[in-house]
Design a protein around this ligand. Structure first.
Ligand code: ADP
Ligand code: MG
Length: 347
């Protein structure tokens, strides 16, 4: 059973200033999304992992419907939204995955979407440093409670940033990790999806067991690359593995971070090497980005309205917007320096 065969609720609409590209709808069935405040549910019928088949339930014999009491107005915690999982996957250390994940998460939270940011770099994750927060629970602890915890208790356990973003990490509690964590990861993510509209995952840079659980369940993977040969070489291997894992191309969104107009690695060559169109660009602005990171601040707070902030806000919008018509990669007219470097040795 592939993740793409499940029933999903449509994403809320954002204005998308760049092409989200290459989305196909043919294997996605859509359930109606409830009107805001309607208190209804639009639940994705979703397996815990892609290994678990969905077995159709036997249809019960019709019984007379007893009179129901009037529905109670749900509290914010009681509303089950079935959220979307967005994994931000850095193709190499320093690509900017954490910076983007933190600012995407805060952008969504600030726009009124309930959002939880999960740091799955269990040992060295720096999401909490970037947000200037102190963890109050851990990924492993919450994973142990995932099947029993209710929405109110879940929110109490998580740390909440001023932007409204909730966050979860393991860092600082390494002795709390237990051997069952990887197998509990799908249930943890599913529980977070029941209580948040978006679950943004940072800290994945390999294909270990708990990382794989998140990647399998992800609705979108923002694949963060930079315009240099080692990053694109690594990215080709990552994309190759994504394809072998059966992830559809509409799930993988190629994001060029630290983007500059003139680069030895052209955009055409990146698209050709990865066989994916570039989905979004975030400009290079080291001064503002590192100032934010150093202060544990968000771009919105220290560089509101600046180009790089707008790029990240656009990225948050398009990552969570309705898919658009498929877009073809640009054609590389001729082999350049980068193509020759890339075709040398392993890809
Ligand atoms: N768009 C950007 N322009 C300039 N510098 C950036 C940009 N994005 C991230 N950086 C910088 O890159 C460095 C690594 O970022 P980080 O988010 O920690 O990467 P990763 O999580 O992929 O290892 C940080 O110093 C950060 O400020
Ligand atoms: Mg990081």
């Amino acid at each position: 059973m592939r993740r793409e065969d499940t029933v999903v609720a449509p994403m809320p609409t954002f204005v998308a200033p760049v092409h989200p590209s290459q989305w196909e709808h043919q294997d996605t069935r859509v359930e109606p999304f409830p009107a805001p405040g309607a208190g209804g549910t639009a639940r994705a019928v979703q397996p815990a992992t892609r290994m678990v088949p969905v077995v159709p339930l036997p249809r019960p014999a019709p019984t007379p419907t007893p009179a129901l009491p009037p529905p109670s107005v749900p509290t914010q915690e009681a509303v089950v939204t079935h959220g979307k999982i967005v994994v931000v996957f850095g193709c190499r250390g320093g690509a900017g995955a954490t910076t983007l994940a933190v600012n995407i998460g805060a952008t969504l939270a600030r726009s009124g979407k309930s959002t939880c940011l999960v740091d799955l770099d269990l040992q060295l994750g720096d999401v909490f440093v970037a947000l200037d927060l102190e963890p109050s629970t851990s990924v492993a602890k919450l994973a142990r409670e995932a099947n029993t915890i209710d929405g109110a208790a879940l929110r109490r356990r998580l740390q909440r940033h001023d932007s409204g973003l909730h966050a979860l990490t393991q860092v600082g509690r390494l002795d709390d990790i237990d051997p069952q964590l990887a197998e509990r990861m799908p249930a943890l993510l599913a529980t977070l999806c029941e209580h948040f509209e978006y679950v943004v995952v940072d800290g994945i840079r390999d294909f270990g067991d708990h990382a794989l659980a998140a990647l399998d369940m992800a609705d979108r993977i923002a694949l963060v690359v930079t315009q240099d040969v080692p990053a694109i070489r690594r990215a080709t291997r990552v994309v190759d593995l994504f394809r072998k894992l059966g992830y559809s191309e509409r799930k993988i969104q190629l994001v060029v971070n630290r983007h500059v107009q003139r680069s030895v690695v052209s955009e055409v060559e990146i698209e050709r090497a990865l066989g994916l169109p570039i989905f979004a660009r975030v400009r290079n602005d080291y001064r503002r980005m590192s100032a934010a990171l150093d202060d544990g601040a968000l771009l919105h707070d220290i560089a509101r309205g600046c180009g790089v902030t707008q790029d990240v806000e656009c990225l948050a919008g398009v990552l969570t917007s309705e898919p658009r018509a498929p877009q073809k990669c640009q054609q590389a007219p001729k082999k350049g320096l980068f193509s020759r470097l890339l075709s040398r040795g392993d890809k």
